[in-house]
Design a protein around this ligand. Structure first.
Ligand SMILES: *Cc1c(COP(=O)(O)O)cnc(C)c1O
Ligand SMILES: [Zn+2]
Length: 391
């Protein structure tokens, strides 16, 4: 089979199609301006076990469903195919569920951002782009810096001044141009947009270009493969811009079309920081889009997204999947992070730790029922956050 089965791009809101052989950003229809999705010529009678057997344990094992046409353009540092680990020692009410972590902390640059950025930088290289810019709460910037170094592109990273030092240091070490901004990620976004427009740089802000989504989508393929094509009942996801949540759902759509999984899907749960919980508010108020919500600092910098660009798509996934949304405070995240470290030997990111608290809350209210299999997506390593943890 070809390296990529990509056909074109389409707008999930209005259906307009766009060629994937030239640079695209979002839907050009002023009324929707939606994120664009990659469409593939999905093979209908392929056995996934046979297709993937013997392939490398990285996300590029799913290359047919990634957007890069020429192998020479793939910029990889070995991202993906992260372990699924059962919870062994942590206990909760009744202990009558199978609970698993999918642990993304071992990815290059210590977070799952590596997946999206590997895909986006590879496709950018294929399209002849040489200068890439992103606003970031921390992890996306480090990943962009590393993958641009590997791929020979220039990276411009806009990061809030208040981000822990290690996130800035890694960008500088990877040779990126780091711009520290007095403000939050929305402020970074505005400045990045202005500079990119003036200088002709390409922006890879969350869901404003089509290919980071494709990289993060591979988590959905992995979950299905690692659970033997029987997806879990519930997936908890720490939601910032929502790329992973939307991507995992897109992967399930593609795999169902190919007959690799049935119609049974996990209920998808957005977990947010109380600092920025616009999706939680909108979900419970039956709104189709979220408001701008920013109550200031949170130790989970990846969750400090006041209004995700793809808020409508996030809310759609939560509703289609019969999922829910829940918010967690910094105090709860910190105590969950410590509990997980002591009991399981995993030092995970506060964003991931938030899921453990959310799980316990949803279990206590019986939203998660006895016997259900639950997957918690730990999106990053805790090592980069220690500056903000009271030890
Ligand atoms: C970026 C980030 C998130 C949020 O990811 P989205 O897919 O944009 O919602 C969660 N956790 C960590 C550690 C992150 O770096
Ligand atoms: Zn559109």
């Amino acid at each position: 089979m070809k390296l990529s089965l990509i056909e074109d791009l389409y707008c999930p809101a209005c259906g307009t199609r766009y060629p994937s052989t030239v640079i695209q950003t979002v839907c050009l229809n002023e009324a929707c301006k939606s994120s664009l999705f990659a469409g593939y010529n999905l093979p209908l009678s392929t056995d996934p076990e046979r297709l993937f057997s013997g392939r490398p344990a990285t996300m590029w094992r799913y290359h047919e469903f990634l957007p890069v046409a020429d192998p020479a353009h793939v910029v990889t540092l070995g991202e993906g195919f992260t372990p699924v680990l059962p919870l062994r020692n942590l206990s909760y009410q009744e202990n009558d569920n199978e609970v698993f972590w999918k642990d993304e902390s071992g990815n290059p640059t210590g977070s799952f951002k590596a997946r999206g950025i590997s895909s986006a930088v590879s496709k950018a290289k294929e399209l002849g782009i040489t200068n890439i810019v992103t606003p970031t709460a921390g992890n996306a910037g480090g990943a962009l810096a590393a993958y641009c170094a590997q791929g020979g592109l220039n990276a411009y990273v806009y990061m809030p001044k208040l981000t822990p030092k290690v996130f800035k240091d890694e960008c500088r070490l990877y040779g990126a141009n780091l711009i520290e901004v007095d403000g939050n990620i929305s402020d970074c976004g505005k400045l990045a947009d202005k500079d990119a427009t003036e200088n002709g740089w390409f922006q890879v802000s969350t869901l404003k270009e089509p290919y980071r989504l494709e990289g993060k989508k591979t988590m959905g393929y992995e979950i299905a493969e690692q659970f033997n094509w029987e997806v879990p009942d519930v997936i908890l996801y720490p939601t910032g811009g929502g790329t992973g949540l939307i991507g995992i759902w897109k992967a399930f759509d593609e795999m169902e079309k190919m007959g690799w999984i049935g119609s049974k899907r996990p209920r998808m749960v957005t977990v947010q920081s109380e600092s920025c919980d616009g999706i939680t508010q909108a979900f419970h108020h039956q709104e189709l889009q979220s408001q701008f919500v920013d109550r200031g600092f949170t130790i989970a910098n990846g969750l400090r997204v006041p209004k995700p660009y793809a808020d409508k798509l996030i809310l759609k996934v939560l509703r289609e999947s019969a999922g829910t949304a829940i918010s967690v405070s910094d105090i709860q995240m910190e105590s969950a992070l410590k509990e997980i470290a002591r009991k399981e030997g995993m030092l995970i990111a506060p964003e991931g730790a938030a899921l453990w608290q959310a799980f316990k809350t949803l279990k206590a209210s019986n939203w998660i029922r006895s016997g259900e299999r639950v997957l918690l997506l730990n999106t990053g390593s805790g090592y980069k956050y220690l500056e903000n943890i009271n030890i």
